[in-house]
Design a protein around this ligand. Structure first.
Ligand code: MTE
Ligand code: MO
Length: 387
């Protein structure tokens, strides 16, 4: 028995489906998905930054929810698009590089930018999907790495589009079955037509988008298989970290619990009944998790603004919201001044007309408009006026 190994060249790939006509059409939608994911990703990153030179508005209250929903939907829809696109174009890897120096340099640059683009795109989609599934099989910071790699992806995407623009234009200007741009050997009819392949790809991307959209848009909730986080949780809102996982079972149920409001040397301690005795307000606001799910709830509690007035805090001061939780993410968030004084920003005691459950942040949690879920601090122990 003899083993022969032959490196394929472009002529080893004969399917008519592998054509710039197909690649450009899928690429266009892939580019749109990456564009949406990039912009909404920047919004989410900025919304979580510790300082915001350009303030984020508190309205619309569902702004972050919509933005993050689009982010996850665009990213999920991009998965089948990217896979089909890679299948269509990978024979180009085997095109023999030119021998003359100038074209060789160009080829190396072009393939380098594509290798970077594919690597960054696969990294973004796989870490994003894993994050949406709350699965963290890595030790780096998700937010930092996903954000840094987004710039690599969008940069190499722009280079790629720049290099390919003449072909893209040509391909999109002609019928999808036009063969003018095809590799000479790509003449074999495949099991499906080009239109058939494109239709299946759009269908796969659409199904992926709908499956992810259920985490944000309740209309499609029933068919939202990828939006597993929406189900369950008291009050119909999923639970991100439980009281047990946060290590607050004892401190949050301690009858001696108080919330301290601290401004300079002034500190006020308010117990649960003290907070109940203050004017209560009810507002409907969503929790929009960075991981993609979101859900709306009706919250009742005390306005942060009213609490700040009790210690005569200035209206332009930021407020740090500290949790009983001692370690791990989510135990501290800072309210910019215009969020702290907004009339819909509450220390909530109730969700949907019932006392807050332990897992949703009993005794009290922060709820504010147009804000990433990770900043809606649960099991609040202390409000600290930063002035
Ligand atoms: N103290 C504390 N607050 C927290 C968290 C946390 O881990 N610890 N998780 C945050 C995140 S990431 C989200 S999305 C929301 C979820 O709120 P829920 O569990 O009540 O739905 O709570 C936020 N508040
Ligand atoms: Mo979250």
């Amino acid at each position: 028995m003899s083993l022969t190994m032959r490196i394929p060249d472009q002529d080893s790939f004969t399917s008519r489906l592998r054509s710039p006509a197909v690649a450009a059409r899928i690429g266009l939608w892939l580019g749109i998905c990456f564009g949406i994911a990039f912009v909404t990703g920047l919004i989410s990153h900025y919304a979580q930054a510790s300082s915001q030179p350009v303030p984020i508005p508190t309205r619309p209250v569902w702004g972050y929810r919509l933005s993050q929903g689009l982010h996850v939907v665009a990213g999920t829809a991009a998965v089948p698009l990217l896979l089909v696109k890679m299948w269509v174009v990978y024979p180009r890897l085997f095109v023999r590089p030119p021998r003359r120096l100038a074209p060789l340099v160009l080829t190396v640059l072009e393939r380098g930018s594509i290798a970077t683009l594919v690597g960054a795109a696969l990294f973004e989609l796989s870490t994003g999907l894993a994050n949406a599934a709350q699965w963290y099989p890595w030790s780096f910071s998700f937010r930092g790495a996903h954000h840094a790699m987004a710039w690599v992806a969008i940069g190499s995407l722009l280079v790629h589009i720049g290099v390919k623009l003449p072909v893209i234009r040509e391909a999109l200007a002609h019928d999808v079955d036009d063969t003018a741009l095809d590799a000479p050997g790509a003449t074999e009819e495949g099991p499906v037509t080009r239109r058939g392949l494109l239709r299946s790809t759009w269908l796969a991307a659409g199904v992926a988008a709908v499956a992810a959209a259920g985490g944000t848009f309740p209309v499609v909730d029933r068919i939202a298989v990828l939006a597993a986080r929406r189900s369950g949780g008291p009050g119909g809102i999923p639970i991100n970290r439980t009281a047990r996982a946060a290590g607050v079972l004892t401190s949050a149920t301690d009858p001696a619990w108080t919330c301290s409001i601290q401004f300079g040397a002034r500190t006020l301690q308010l117990g649960y009944d003290d907070l109940r005795g203050l004017e209560q307000h009810t507002t409907e606001l969503p929790i929009a998790c960075v991981e993609g799910w979101s859900a709306s709830g009706t919250w009742t509690g005390v306005r942060i603004r009213d609490l700040l007035a009790l210690v005569e805090a200035p209206a332009d001061a930021e407020v740090a919201v500290h949790s009983l939780q001692q370690r791990g993410g989510g135990r501290l968030s800072v309210l910019p001044a215009h969020f702290a004084t907004d009339d819909r920003t509450l220390l909530a005691l109730e969700l949907n007309g019932e006392r807050l459950s332990l897992d949703h942040g009993f005794p009290v949690r922060l709820i504010a408009p147009n804000r990433p879920g990770v900043l809606q601090t649960k099991w609040v122990a202390r409000l600290e006026v930063l002035a």
